[in-house]
Design a protein around this ligand. Structure first.
Ligand code: MG
Length: 314
């Protein structure tokens, strides 16, 4: 394949409802889409960076800069046999995984279109993609336990098979207790987005009684080591999200016992090539994975669904 053109487009989408996490409230999403033309076909990808550098160091504006000034010069006119060959070329640009990942995903999409197969089929080769995936939902922080239970009721009724709730200090034990009282049996998990420190270990141990599927990223966004210390002190499985940017970080986290589950986000790890390598490593080490969302448009969500058809996304 030869890359002929790369077009970036930005649009704004109003969220159906404001979404609150431990680092703030969002009610609008700036969506950055990458369209690549290669060999007469067009592929699409989505850059999942946010408006601010609170989830990760990247933003929509840094992504514009990195793609225009550093990613495009590497790719312009490049010849490659498959989208899988692109990731090594992009390693020259350190970090900026969401910028690189949006473009990389567009090339996978282009390759799938060129071959006339679905993206899921291409990703699973030589295997076959599963026909269906289980889907969960993420619920933001609510002002009261009653409001949260109301939101959970709505999502359970809509058919979601896993409920994730955002938590932070002061909005954790009481909130989860209210959900468990109303729904003793649902698959429930909590995401702290780095709102706690290791000093909170005894407090976080109180969450063990809610038999959560996992607690996601309780400690520092780049602190794999402290998560290993915490995992020894709580029963609930830790899932790492923010900490995992590379295959090497996934390997370190698993080997030192910092987590028992990994949330593989396509943009955070820089695209499908690295996502597949992390998935393979995790599978070989009996660490289940899942794919978290970033409030994407339909394009990013379609890519998340394709990713979730890989083995070990359970
Ligand atoms: Mg998370």
């Amino acid at each position: 394949m030869k890359i002929e053109r790369l077009t970036l487009r930005e649009l704004r989408m109003k969220l159906v409802a404001p979404f609150e996490t431990s680092f703030g409230v969002s009610d609008e999403r700036r969506i950055l889409l990458a369209e690549v033309a290669a060999d007469g076909v067009t592929g699409w990808g989505e850059v999942v960076a946010g408006t601010n550098p609170y989830y990760s160091p990247e933003t929509v504006d840094t992504a514009w800069h990195i793609i225009r000034d550093f990613v495009w010069p590497v790719l312009k006119g490049a010849q490659f046999a498959a989208a899988a060959d692109i990731e090594p070329l992009l390693r020259r640009v350190r970090g900026h995984n969401m910028a690189k990942g949006g473009v990389e995903a567009a090339l996978w999409d282009a390759e799938a279109r060129q071959k006339g197969v679905s993206l899921a089929a291409l990703l699973n080769q030589p295997g076959q993609p599963r026909a269906e995936i289980a889907t969960g939902v993420s619920i933001g922080i609510k002002e009261s336990p009653a409001k949260l239970v109301e939101a959970v009721e709505r999502e359970v009724a809509a058919g979601y098979q896993r409920i994730k709730v955002k938590i932070k200090p002061g909005k954790d034990v009481m909130m989860l207790a209210a959900i468990r009282e109303r729904f003793p049996k649902i698959r429930l998990m909590a995401d702290a987005n780095s709102a706690y420190t290791l000093d909170d270990a005894a407090h976080l141990r109180e969450l063990d009684r809610f038999y959560l599927m996992m607690i996601e990223q309780p400690l520092g966004w780049d602190d794999i080591f402290s998560h290993a210390k915490l995992q020894k002190q709580i029963q609930t499985d830790i899932c790492l999200d923010e900490c995992i940017f590379t295959e090497e970080q996934a390997r370190a986290a698993v080997e030192i016992g910092a987590c028992r589950i990994i949330n593989i986000k396509l943009g955070r790890v820089g695209g499908f090539s690295v996502a597949r390598r992390i998935q393979t490593f995790c599978q070989q080490n009996n660490v289940p994975v899942w794919c978290g969302g970033m409030l994407e448009s339909g394009i990013g969500r379609a890519h998340n669904i394709a990713l979730s058809t890989l083995p070990n996304f359970v």
